[in-house]
Design a protein around this ligand. Structure first.
Ligand code: ATP
Length: 493
């Protein structure tokens, strides 16, 4: 059996069409020709995404005694975004090509050039280019950023010219009005990150939960960014979902916790099925205004290694800024050392949609099966059973002779424990294929022998091998095979 995993750029096209054809991801409002960088999750996509969110949520809150969750609103008091720095500096430097009229992020153009140097074995040149860029951006010297683009002779991939405009800053926050009467209405933002909902609730949770530093607050929710260049399918969207955790620590201990969370998070991605060879850490050259250390966990997407998760040591920047602007003390009294302080924060922030895309890219498998002229291509999604949209398909071999009724009875007995589907239409091979395409790990087949000895066959998606097991054992055996416990076991240190 030849197993061919696609990893070329064209693989993304196959994944996008597979995602659409099998109910994972649709373009938003497609009947009106879609809305750029906005997508909807279909009947299988929502199950997969919910499973990813659940496994993250439980890995954070259930496995760590000192991490609890919240669910804050998307709208927040506008001063939140002043304190966080988003009003003044949540900008991307953009540059337009005058000939093609295409817009690019200036930093992305330079990062791509650095990656090109690295691929050519000139990592040092790439590194010093990134340092030069970081210096110019830190100094707010946009003319210098433009000059680096010119010096590097970077051209627009569409027009092939270097006829660039100035570099300008572009704020990524969406705003709208709140209030019934327009004169009274005030400007309000759609949150560009979920983290601030955690910071403003830090003391609420600490006090009501009697939490002791170090402790963490986790949250899953929508975030909105008016991305200049939206591309690569659900990798960069204008409306997306984040899974963030802010871990509050005693000042001076943050680097230890930063190292710990780096390892914990890397382990998580491997436990849900992403191979170590396709994951790597990437330290930030240019630190955000709030950070004293930052690293990305990158996944090798079909379009290269790109950020999937950010881990940041955020110091006391956010709590201090909220304290200053709200004039409400954000201090914690540490009984162990008898001191009041504003905790430092280590953040882990992963995009649910980027994780979904990584999982889908990794799962998409093509292989040639059969011998001689019986050879054919098989496509299946190699998803970890615990995150697959449907865990078990119950299939009567034929509809007659009581097989369908028996199968429905089995389906009823399993469906309270995990997601199942019942399918009696068409040849059994076709029904297997339908399940392979959406990543269902197990097919339970009810045949004539079932009617005699109460056994069924269980077909494994990846190996296509079949095992006969007793109906009485089905729920327990399959229950464990598809449970999130199997992921959690790999996370415990
Ligand atoms: P990028 O450099 O790709 O714009 P970022 O560094 O701005 O990302 P963070 O602010 O650290 O991203 O956000 C944390 C996570 O949220 C990212 O690692 C990513 O998984 C996710 N994320 C950020 N922006 C988007 C987006 N536009 N679409 C989908 N996911 C996103």
């Amino acid at each position: 059996m030849e197993n061919k995993k696609q990893d070329t750029a064209s693989a993304l096209k196959d994944i996008i069409s597979h995602a659409k054809e099998y109910g994972f991801v649709f373009p938003s409002s497609e009947i009106y020709d879609g809305l750029q960088a906005v997508y909807d999750y279909g009947q299988n996509g929502v199950e997969l995404k919910n499973n990813l969110k659940m496994v993250w949520w439980k890995a954070m809150t259930m496995l760590h005694d000192n991490v609890v969750g919240i669910d804050a609103s998307i709208f927040m008091h506008p001063l939140t975004w002043k304190a966080s720095g988003h009003v003044d500096s949540f900008n991307d430097p953009m540059i337009d090509n005058k000939d093609s009229k295409k817009r690019y992020r200036a930093d992305t153009l330079l990062e791509e050039r650095a990656a090109q140097y690295e691929a050519e074995g000139k990592a040092d040149v790439g590194k010093s280019l990134l340092q030069k860029m970081a210096k110019a951006l830190d100094a707010g010297d946009l003319e210098a950023v433009r000059q680096i683009i010119i010096d590097e002779n970077i051209t627009c991939p569409v027009s092939n010219t270097a006829n660039w405009t100035e570099v300008r800053q572009f704020n990524l926050m969406f705003s709208t009005q709140v209030g019934a009467v327009s004169e009274d209405a005030s400007l309000i933002y759609l949150r560009p990150e979920t983290a601030q909902g955690i910071f403003v609730n830090f003391l609420n949770v600490q006090k009501t939960g009697r939490m002791k530093v170090p402790f963490g607050i986790a949250q899953i929710g929508k975030a909105f960014r008016n991305e200049i260049v939206a591309r690569n399918f659900i990798f960069r969207m204008r409306e997306f979902e984040q899974m963030e955790m802010q871990f509050f620590v005693r000042p001076g201990t943050e680097m230890d916790w930063y190292a710990t969370w780096k390892e914990v998070r890397m382990k998580f991605h491997q436990a849900i099925g992403l191979p170590a060879s396709k994951l790597k850490f990437h330290d930030h050259e240019k630190l955000a205004h709030y950070a004293n250390a930052a690293v990305d966990i990158e996944y090798e997407f079909p379009f290269g290694f790109k950020e999937m998760e950010g881990i940041h040591s955020r110091t006391d920047f956010d709590l201090k800024a909220h304290q200053d602007l709200s004039r409400k003390k954000q201090q914690y009294f540490d009984p162990e050392i008898n001191e009041n302080y504003i905790p430092y924060v280590v953040e882990t922030s992963v995009g649910a949609d980027r994780l979904f895309l990584a999982i889908l890219c990794n799962a998409y498998s093509e292989e040639i099966v059969g011998e001689g002229d019986q050879q054919k291509q098989r496509i299946y999604l190699n998803l970890h059973p615990a995150i697959a949209p449907i865990k078990v398909a119950v299939l009567p071999l034929v509809k007659k002779d009581g097989l369908a009724e028996k199968a429905q009875e089995i389906n009823r007995s399993l469906k309270f424990a995990f997601n199942t589907t019942y399918d009696e239409g068409g040849a059994i091979g076709k029904r297997y294929t339908r399940q392979d395409l959406i990543g269902t790990p197990y097919c339970v087949v009810i045949d004539y022998q079932t009617m005699e000895d109460n056994t069924v066959t269980v077909r494994d998606r990846n190996t296509m091998s079949q095992e006969r097991i007793s109906i009485a054992d089905l729920k327990e055996k399959l229950g464990y095979a598809v449970s999130m416990e199997r992921i959690f076991e790999k996370l415990l240190v």
